[in-house]
Design a protein. Structure first.
Length: 102
């Protein structure tokens, strides 16, 4: 209810930039105040950023996604092939490293 997204990056940046986290969060919130992407950006002690997306941005994004066959997901340039191996240990015996072999 307070926000849709939250970021604690200001706390991580406090040591690097030698500033209090709330000061960094306030600076970021001020820079994003005029953004059309966010309806609201709040800096909250001790240094969290709370974001609420604008309805107009979300609506336009969904309309744009609708035009793509895969709903906004891009096709991979070189698709990866993955092999997933499921172990089948005997549930009546203790699990050990031998159960991990293929």
């Amino acid at each position: 209810d307070l926000c849709e997204y939250q970021c604690n990056g200001a706390m991580a940046g406090a040591k690097k930039y030698k500033k209090a986290p709330i000061m960094i969060a306030n600076d970021v919130a001020a820079k994003l105040a005029d953004s059309q992407v966010f309806e609201k950006v709040d800096a909250v002690a001790p240094g969290f950023l709370n974001f609420t997306l604008s309805r107009e941005f979300v609506g336009n994004y969904v309309k744009e996604m609708r035009t793509f066959d895969k709903f906004g997901l891009e096709e991979a340039q070189t698709p990866l092939e993955m092999v997933i191996d499921y172990g089948g240990p005997n549930v009546a015996k203790p699990l050990h490293v031998g159960h991990l072999r293929s």
